[in-house]
Design a protein around this ligand. Structure first.
Ligand code: AMP
Length: 408
């Protein structure tokens, strides 16, 4: 019997994994440039954290969670997203003030798998906790935009909206409910059940949304404070030259989301899966998790979908040096490899006793810049170096190898 990876999961192997590595390294760099520090959080949490923190009425909680009981009888859930855990962790520290957190890693949702919709998928994200300022929203949106652009995601759009707050949203929801009731006939079953309990989520429904393009928008019902906040977010984005489109029906259908909602869309991807990331302000979340009020804004980007847009030519990670060992010089070759690796030079060599010709072929295949031939010259403290791009070859002292390699 042979095994296959579980449905909806992927093995990301070389050379494809190079693209992932590049995106993750780039992510660390961009998050750090904006002052976000790495957080490493559990891959599973008490189920209640997500039930409350993602929302009981969401599809994620109702249908997609990997929930299990551990041997101690606790109900635990593999994380379907990152935000609830970051807020939970922040509350647990008891700290006040600001936390700018960056994370990356696998998330788990029981989905119907297809391209760009996986059961295990990877997200990178940030959470800016402790500030209500519009400048925090704008900073977060800008960071996602700069990173996605630098990563090379083509056809990128930034969609923004404001969905109001506890003051102005109730009146909007009444207007929305009236509108939806008149359109019962075109709503799917899920939306019909949400019409009363959570009408804004109906605008989020992939099936119904296209039929509701003239629905009332929350932006037309914002209170003064929310309208000012939204104006400030947009003004800051313009100041920072972040192109955005207003998307008046973009919503986050959960009570703890307030004001800013945004999405990054890669127009080149198939419509159903074209959101490469999304985020928003969630000032009510900390209280829902039983803590003191902590305002927050953040986003998560999907690496799987980013990779789908890139079409990179994938080759193995290139080496600096491939050591070609002649005859019975394997021990000498291994010693040289050890020294070079210690010096920080990417080095590999054959361990199977293959012919010199086969070793040169391997050097080419691995994209090595230089081949070092360990032969009889070794006894005089020398090796042959060959620049594999130009074919230039010379004999140098062993001690000069690291410097020579760096020079080419
Ligand atoms: P969400 O947490 O649902 O707002 O998702 C944020 C981003 O994560 C989305 O825009 C996608 O890029 C990615 N994402 C969410 N769910 C999946 C999934 N099942 N498979 C792959 N990527 C996903």
């Amino acid at each position: 019997m042979t095994f296959r990876a579980p449905k909806g999961t992927d093995d990301i192997l070389p050379p494809a994994s190079r693209t992932w590595r590049r995106l993750l390294l780039m992510w660390e760099d961009w998050a750090a440039r904006y002052g976000y520090d790495l957080v490493l959080l559990p891959f599973f949490e008490t189920t209640e954290v997500f039930a409350r923190g993602v929302g009981e009425s969401t599809e994620v909680v109702q249908k997609q969670m990997y929930t299990f009981e551990d041997k101690g009888g606790r109900s635990l859930t593999l994380r379907p997203e990152g935000t609830a855990s970051v807020v939970r962790a922040f509350l647990e520290t008891g700290a006040d003030g600001i936390l700018k957190a960056a994370y990356s890693g696998a998330m788990f949702r029981y989905e119907r798998p297809q391209a760009g919709r996986r059961r295990q998928f990877y997200q990178v994200g940030v959470e800016y906790l402790g500030s209500r300022a519009a400048a925090a929203d704008a900073e977060v949106i800008e960071l996602g935009y700069r990173y996605l652009t630098d990563a090379g995601v083509p056809g990128l759009s930034v969609l923004v909206n404001s969905i109001g707050d506890r003051v102005c949203r109730p009146a909007y929801l009444e207007v929305l409910k009236e509108y939806l009731k008149e359109r019962r006939a075109v709503l799917c079953d899920d939306s019909l059940t949400r019409l009363e309990s959570n009408p804004m989520r109906v605008l989020d429904c992939k099936v119904c949304a296209p039929r509701l393009s003239d629905a009332p928008s929350p932006v037309d019902h914002l209170c003064m404070e929310c309208a000012t906040h939204y104006d400030e977010v947009r003004a800051a984005l313009r100041d920072m030259d972040v192109p955005y489109e207003e998307a008046p029906r973009l919503v986050r259908g959960l009570d703890y989301y307030e004001r800013t909602a945004f999405e990054y869309v890669a127009t080149d991807l198939e419509t159903a899966q074209n959101a490469v990331g999304g985020g928003g302000r969630y000032d009510g979340l900390a209280e829902l998790l039983g803590g003191k009020p902590v305002p927050g804004v953040g986003f998560a980007l999907g690496l799987d979908r980013m990779v789908l847009t890139l079409f990179e030519v994938e080759e193995l990670e290139p080496l600096d040096v491939y050591i070609v060992v002649a005859g019975d010089r394997r021990g000498d070759g291994a010693k040289l490899a050890s020294n070079l690796r210690y010096e920080g030079i990417r080095t590999d060599l054959d361990v199977e006793g293959r012919s010199v010709k086969a070793q040169f072929r391997a050097a080419d295949r691995r994209g090595a810049a230089t081949a070092l031939v360990v032969g009889d010259e070794w006894d005089d403290g020398r090796v042959v170096v060959k620049d594999l791009a130009t074919g230039r070859q010379e004999v140098i002292l062993k001690e000069e190898v690291a410097a020579w390699t760096r020079r080419t």
